[in-house]
Design a protein around this ligand. Structure first.
Ligand SMILES: Nc1ncnc2c1ncn2[C@@H]1O[C@H](COP(=O)(O)OP(=O)(O)O)[C@@H](O)[C@H]1O
Ligand SMILES: [Mg+2]
Length: 254
């Protein structure tokens, strides 16, 4: 039986690239209207979780459920239609097109009429980007570009936002703005799954934290509990089992 209160559920998911299985019987749940932070060392499989959820990889085994219904193996088009939006790591805009044109492309599955109706709504979240509607996307600052990417995802009024390391290349103030926006969206009912190396700041706006090691779940805890844990540093320095492990990016920020 599926749990109807959880928006997203992974059940014993195995997924990987060609012959390399990266997710090894991964199971976890993310509740509706919450932010779940995915933690773990480089290469643990965090981005692979998001890619598998977004249909870029097919699960080899196990199930992925959205509101209790199986979505594992669905196409990206089907997943977008079901309300899943993905903001990948790095820069993902058409730099030589304007801000407005990038938004138009983001709404391609909605049709032009609906897209044009929604663009002003989305831009209300991002006043700086709004002022620069006719600028080339490549002329925006890194923070504005990331905001535009998030805005493009919001056009779809997604139920679920998957966001991979949004803070990379952004100033601390802009990162706080992005985090606050994600919190606001979650409070309005959007389910957010985020990978982020700014562990402490991200935990502050998250509800739940899950940590992966070698594609396996090694910890799932309320974010507030993890934040209050005096061993948080050791946890990420030495891996969730406290075993000696190579230092990771996490060590730099906790
Ligand atoms: N396109 C790919 N082809 C083959 N292996 C990949 C690919 N992308 C990632 N991997 C491998 O999958 C593992 C997990 O990667 P990833 O999910 O990106 O980790 P994380 O986001 O936790 O750093 C790594 O060992 C990585 O080298
Ligand atoms: Mg990654």
């Amino acid at each position: 039986m599926s749990d109807t209160t959880s928006c997203i559920e992974f059940k014993d998911v195995v997924a990987g690239y060609k012959d390399f299985m990266i997710l090894n019987n991964l199971s976890f749940k993310a509740q509706k209207g919450t932010i779940t932070l995915l933690l773990g060392p480089n290469g643990a499989g965090k981005s692979t979780v998001l890619k598998t959820l977004f249909g870029l990889l097919k699960p080899r085994q196990g199930q992925i459920l959205l509101d209790g219904a199986e979505i594992g193996g669905a196409t990206q088009k089907q997943l977008l239609a079901q309300g899943i939006a993905f903001v990948p790591q790095g820069r993902n805009l058409f730099g030589q097109l304007t801000v407005f044109q990038n938004l138009e492309l983001g709404g391609i599955t909605l049709g032009m009429k609906t897209t044009h109706e929604r663009i002003p709504e989305v831009l209300e979240f991002f006043p700086r980007v709004k002022e620069r509607m006719n600028s080339m996307a490549s002329a925006l600052s890194g923070g504005e570009q990331k905001q535009l990417e998030i805005g493009r995802a919001l056009l779809l009024r997604p139920k679920v936002i998957l966001i991979d390391e949004p803070s990379i290349g952004l100033s601390p103030l802009v990162v706080q703005d992005v985090f606050k926006l994600l919190r606001r969206l979650a409070d309005q009912g959007t389910t957010v799954l985020m990978v982020e190396q700014n562990v402490k700041s991200a935990l502050k706006i998250s509800d739940e934290a899950i940590a992966l090691e070698s594609g396996r779940l090694v910890l799932q805890k309320p974010a507030s509990e993890l934040l209050a844990d005096p061993h948080i540093e050791r946890l990420f320095l030495g891996g969730a089992h406290g075993a000696a492990a190579a230092p990771t990016d996490l060590t730099a920020v906790v």
